[in-house]
Design a protein around this ligand. Structure first.
Ligand code: ZN
Length: 526
């Protein structure tokens, strides 16, 4: 709630219609009050109790009369939140502070009372947004430190007329920016409104149309401070770590301990990932999911065997009841649907399981979050086998680079510890063939893995069918890498490829997603 508007008329003025688009668009987010402040030679403001549209002509007359090239306009359309008293004239933003006025603030969001009260500041209003000004001043005008102290929700624009800086800050409330050459620079709560203004000025509707355009407009990333130096026009973008309140966890304290979780199926990719992370000295735990898959007994055997071999703990989450209730008719789950993933359906989603990687990732994120609450880890990595180069050709959208990006959005906005959690797609730039080649050189126990859609447990150990898509891919990769395949098969293992040339182990290690120091450790082991 509340609409934020800012226009820096750096190179030109807008038409009456264009100002109206900005204010009308912001009014969609707040109709209880409207305020506009113009910083030119002096600072002038106009406030309305009620919606912008009730005083449209007066507001637009005011803006046209006082707005000049080089000036900055900041406006707010207020919606009264349930957490606050009814709006009166005093509560309408932009908030102006200093005597003479040197700070102008338009804030959409709320500030946690306990954090506001903990600042030693002589508050002049009843508006929680004043805590932004208090923190900014208390932290010596260092906006990053101020934002890492404050808690609440934020999308705001603040002008400091002494240092001549314009700040735009977002946590998880929306704020978009736009620049149009020949006009100037905009902030608005609603990117679609900027689209309308862009179209009114240029006739075009969006950014990214061609290389010749003279504008951009899009939402800002979350937890970001954009600081614009109004004298030079130069801009800096700074990420900050948001502060969240929780009964047992203090987000401003860190233990500086690191933890790595590997989502492990018992297959080669997640197994090799675990092996590499253990070799470089990480504190690793494997996490396995039971979701009613036909391969579960064999996968559980493999996960246990690998965790024992690497001497890392493992735990598992049982989602079989969930998948039973979902009534997912996947060939990996249902006995009445045969496994047909190995033939002409390779590179397809024929063996799809509804939402599998998304569900696994969200659960492991929740586990990472509770482990941060309990152990105050400063850094938790989540690795999985799904992000791997060969998987990209497989037709699964949840093995893709974009899925990884979606998870990065999810962790930042679905979890309050997201800034401490990182995805570590160790094998993202490595093919399955290279996995076999590197694994063999580092003594990875391939014989303990299960990469098969339809394995059998015989005599207490897993036997793979050589016909499914997963097994076929791994056989081709082993043959290409020219590695002796010691896994057991329910039928004679076919030979599916001749050996091919494979990049050197040094080159493969170079392409792993690990730190340079960790790669150096691996190189020394070859
Ligand atoms: Zn198989």
């Amino acid at each position: 709630m509340c609409g934020v508007v800012c226009y820096w008329a750096r190179e030109g003025l807008l038409s009456r219609h264009q100002y109206d688009l900005l204010f009308t668009g912001a009014e969609q987010r707040g109709m209880d009050g409207f305020g506009v402040t113009i910083k030119g030679e002096t600072i002038r403001s106009l406030k309305v109790l009620g919606p912008y549209s009730s005083e449209r002509n007066n507001v637009l007359d005011f803006v046209e009369q006082f707005m000049g090239v080089g000036d900055i306009l900041i406006a707010s359309c207020r919606a009264t939140p349930e957490t606050e008293k009814e709006t009166d004239m005093e509560m309408i933003q932009p908030m102006e502070a200093g005597n003479p006025i040197d700070l102008v603030l338009s804030h959409n969001g709320g500030v946690t009372d306990s954090v506001k009260d903990s600042l030693a500041f002589d508050y002049q209003t009843n508006i929680d947004s004043e805590a932004i000004i208090a923190a900014y001043l208390q932290f010596g005008k260092n906006m990053k430190n101020a934002m890492e102290f404050l808690s609440g929700s934020f999308a705001f624009v603040m002008l400091d007329t002494i240092s001549n800086q314009l700040y735009a800050v977002t946590s998880f409330n929306p704020l978009a920016h736009m620049y149009i050459r020949g006009c100037g620079y905009f902030y608005h709560s609603d990117n679609d409104v900027l689209t309308q203004v862009l179209e009114s000025i240029t006739g075009a509707k969006r950014d990214g149309m061609n290389v010749w355009e003279s504008w951009y407009h899009h939402y800002l990333p979350g937890y970001t401070i954009i600081q614009t130096d109004l004298d030079s026009g130069s801009q800096s973008h700074t990420e900050y770590d948001p502060r969240f309140l929780h009964p047992v966890w203090n987000s401003t304290e860190k233990e500086y301990a690191q933890k790595t979780y590997v989502i492990a199926s018992g297959g080669i990719d997640s197994g090799l990932t675990t092996h590499l992370l253990k070799l470089v000295g990480r504190d690793v735990t494997m996490i396995h999911f039971h979701y009613g898959q036909k391969a579960e007994r064999a996968e559980a055997w493999a996960t246990r065997a690998l965790s024992a071999k690497f001497d890392v703990p493992y735990l598992y989450f049982d989602l079989s009841d969930l998948y039973h209730k979902l009534a997912d008719r996947s060939m990996l789950l249902r006995d009445e649907i045969p496994i047909r993933s190995g033939g002409e359906f390779l590179k397809s989603t024929i063996a799809w399981v509804a939402g599998r990687n998304a569900i696994f990732a969200s659960i492991v994120l929740a586990f990472a979050e509770t482990s941060i609450f309990n152990w105050n880890y400063s850094h938790v990595d989540i690795a999985a086998g799904w992000a791997q180069l060969s998987e990209e050709t497989g037709g699964y959208p949840d093995n893709s680079f974009y899925f990884q990006q979606a998870l990065n959005m999810l962790k930042d906005f679905g979890y309050i510890t997201g800034k401490r959690i990182h995805f570590l797609p160790v094998l993202q730039r490595i093919t399955k063939t290279e996995c076999w080649s590197l694994g063999a050189a580092l003594k990875f126990p391939f014989e303990l893995t299960v990469s098969c859609d339809n394995p059998k447990m015989i005599g207490g150990g897993p036997w793979l069918c050589p016909d499914c898509g997963s097994t076929k891919m791994s056989i081709i990769a082993a043959d290409r890498a020219n590695v002796k395949d010691e896994r057991r098969f329910t039928k004679e293992r076919p030979k599916l490829s001749k050996p091919t040339s494979v990049a050197s182990h040094r080159t493969i290690i170079d392409r792993l997603i690990l730190t340079q120091a960790e790669k150096e450790k691996l190189r020394e082991m070859i």
